[in-house]
Design a binder for this molecule. Structure first.
Ligand code: NAD
Ligand code: DAU
Length: 353
């Protein structure tokens, strides 16, 4: 038995592959295009592990995927590969359309052809798990109930619109062709190997570098935070026992305004790595121009996955965020390697000088 993971050199995908191989002898074929967000260093501890085969390539490459499927005969595909950063989708949506929509389509086509040719037993056991986001549901008002799986799709950014389109394709392949699919819609993740263009790792990185901590708008936008390893355990559980064609919301019941998250990070850093001048890190907080079309609030109702599959997060925000800050302090070499030339160009484009 083998699984094929796409996007397994990115933030969540690499955590998933590392956790999978720590808990199972089942091999992983890891297909990743190694965009700016993909980093083989995340997988360095797997060097020499015969159960991990890394293949550089895109989910839009039908022939490559067809070849990998025929050669390795996986029992499941878990699709993490995507362009994932909302701000980048605002600056340049093209890559989001190509990877998240066209790429998912080509991947589905290759999987459909492979699955259609499997013997009955393997065909019945096969799974295609599509990893998606809560952003497809749009933005909530402050007193609205959290997103359930039946909330209508109202994506507001090019990123979330492209993920919504990919979810619809996955759904259609189940209804039209009977492909055995599962979709997960998760809230904001944080944890090790998070690329420092996203709020939490960016703030840790900038704080330690003595740079401004940029807060978009009034900082009162709410996100629902989940420790990445809890997301990975939820995906494993859905793969194992999820009902075919169903979607499962995954979240940590941890709604926080952005400003509170940044204050928490500053307080942990004040304790673990105080500034040389004795000043608190919160002195570096700087209000900057808001994100265009910025969604005000996300909140996930994760009761379906708990009720049907018995999954619950293991970490609270308080325990997960301390581990995360400690991980960044312990892995400054990783941060230094990813914050290279291309990264600095992005900061210039997004935040100006
Ligand atoms: P990421 O940007 O860190 O990683 C994406 C990975 O996909 C990278 O390794 C990149 O090289 C690879 N990739 C990009 N285009 C590719 C292509 N055409 N073919 C193959 N590989 C390609 O993203 P992430 O934060 O790890 O997110 C992974 C998935 O989870 C995405 O589908 C995202 O929409 C979803 N998601 C993310 C979050 C979050 O908070 N980060 C929350 C919910 C859902
Ligand atoms: O909700 C799930 C989504 O979470 C995933 O689908 C996306 O792939 C992932 O990137 C994340 O999207 P967000 O836009 O919520 O994450 P980001 O870390 O970019 O921003 C979190 C919040 O912080 C958001 O309200 C914008 C704000 N922010 C972000 C940055 C980078 C700032 O105030 N300042 C910043 O510099």
């Amino acid at each position: 038995m083998t699984i094929l993971v796409t996007g397994g050199a990115g933030f969540i995908g690499s955590n998933f592959v590392l956790d999978w191989l720590a808990q199972s002898d089942e091999p992983v074929i890891n297909l990743d295009a190694l965009t700016y967000a993909g980093n083989l260093e995340n997988l360095a501890t797997l060097e020499g592990n015969k159960n991990h085969l890394f293949v550089k390539g895109g989910i839009g490459d039908f022939d490559l995927i067809a070849k990998l499927l025929a050669e390795h005969q996986p029992r499941a595909v878990v699709n993490f590969a995507a362009e994932s950063h909302v701000d980048r989708s605002i600056h340049g949506p093209e890559d989001f359309i190509q990877t998240n929509i066209v790429g998912t389509f080509r991947l589905l086509e290759a999987v459909r052809a492979y699955w259609g040719g499997l013997p009955d037993e393997a065909k019945a056991a096969f799974r295609f798990l599509h990893v998606s986001t809560d952003e497809v549901y749009g933005s909530l008002g402050k007193d609205d109930p959290a997103f359930t799986e039946t909330h209508r799709y109202e994506p507001n950014s090019p990123y979330s619109a492209s993920k919504a389109a990919s979810d619809h394709l996955v759904r259609a392949y189940h209804h039209t062709y009977g492909l055995p699919v599962l979709t997960t819609n998760c809230s904001n993740n944080y944890g090790p190997y998070h690329f420092p263009e996203k709020l939490i790792p960016l703030v840790i990185h900038n704080a330690l570098a003595g740079k401004p901590l940029p807060i978009y708008g009034d900082g009162q936008q709410i996100r629902d935070w989940l420790y990445v390893k809890d997301h990975c355990s939820a995906i494993r559980r859905v793969l194992e026992a999820g009902r075919l064609g169903e979607t499962y919301n995954i979240g940590g019941w941890n709604e926080k305004p952005n400003l509170d998250v940044v204050h928490t990070l500053c307080a942990i850093l004040d304790h673990l790595s105080p500034r040389a001048d004795g000043q608190p890190y919160k002195a570096q907080i700087t209000y900057v121009k808001d994100r265009p079309g910025h969604d005000r609030r996300y909140a996930i109702d994760a009761s379906k996955i708990e009720r049907e599959l018995g999954w619950k997060p293991a970490e609270t925000f308080e325990s997960g965020i301390k581990k995360t800050v400690q991980w960044y302090l312990d892995n400054q070499a990783w941060v230094a390697n990813v914050t290279s030339g291309a990264y600095r160009e992005w900061l210039g484009k997004q935040y100006g000088a």
